[in-house]
Design a protein around this ligand. Structure first.
Ligand code: KIV
Length: 268
């Protein structure tokens, strides 16, 4: 029997009963299929595809047009998981109208079930306009990679009493504007716990400790695709090593003329 498709009300119910929510990034059909089958609750078509998949220096240059085909592939693959697509830098900051237009465009062209973009009180009007338009919205606070240049690099957020207060105020503003969940990235654990306690909607942490309602990781970090991963992440597999091993075995067998063998060959 196929498990039920995840909807936004499920995530609030999971928070209420203390069941952790799982989210992973996904950028293509086969990866999204595997994660959907593995029981991941939410798939995030993150703008991290800019640096992780497309070789960009950061998420900043990525556009909606570049994201749509990937988001569409993920939405096609997800039978059970709820699919959230990021809005890239420059596609929502200007005005509530710009945010609604970009969100509608992303939803219509990709088939994702929700959008996510970065910021707290400064983009609350955009969030309200998007949720008033009937579009589920996931917030993103703490270290927000699209503002990396303004934040002075990849810095841990929420430090000190003021840091915690600011973060809680931003999170409450997003909840008030209609967000159904908030991602907390690279936030000290006490700040993440304070936000989680202050909100009715779930928090999903990445580098925010275990006190959030759920966890998200960039899948390439989680599965061990590259040689490096951030210190807050964990490699649950060694996919990069396995890719190198299988490609090297293929090269060896083709050179040695042992592949293709008779079982891979059509003689008539
Ligand atoms: O784009 C992304 O992958 C993200 C996660 C880091 C939460 O926003």
């Amino acid at each position: 029997m196929t498990a039920k498709k995840r909807r936004i009300h499920h995530f609030k119910e999971m928070k209420q009963r203390g069941e952790k929510i799982t989210m992973l990034t996904a950028y293509d059909f086969p990866t999204a299929k595997a994660f959907d089958a593995a029981g991941v609750d939410m798939l995030l078509v993150g703008d991290s595809m800019g640096d992780n998949m497309l070789g960009m220096d950061s998420t900043v240059p990525l556009t909606i047009d570049e994201m749509v085909p990937y988001a569409r592939a993920v939405a096609r693959a997800a039978d059970r998981a709820f699919v959230v697509a990021d809005l890239p830098f420059g596609s929502y900051e200007v005005s509530p109208q710009q945010a609604v237009e970009s969100s509608i465009r992303m939803m219509k062209l990709s088939g994702a079930q929700a959008v996510k973009f970065e910021g707290g009180r400064r983009i609350a009007a955009q969030v309200k306009a998007v949720t008033d338009a009937g579009i589920p919205f996931c917030g993103h606070l703490g270290f927000t990679p699209q503002s990396e240049n303004a934040l002075g690099g990849r810095r841990i957020q929420g430090r000190g009493e003021d840091g915690i207060k600011e973060l809680v105020a931003d999170a409450l503003a997003l909840q008030e504007a209609g967000a159904f969940a908030v991602v907390l990235e690279m936030v000290i654990a006490p700040a993440a716990r304070a936000v989680t306690e202050a909100l009715d909607i779930p928090t999903i942490g990445i580098g925010a400790g275990s006190g959030t309602d759920g966890q998200v990781l960039v899948w390439l970090d989680m599965a061990g695709v590259g040689d490096w991963h951030p210190s807050f992440s964990k490699q649950f597999g060694a996919v990069g090593e396995e890719m190198r091993r299988s490609a090297a075995a293929y090269v060896d067998e083709v050179k040695a003329i042992s592949f293709p063998g008779p079982e891979h060959t059509f003689e008539d």
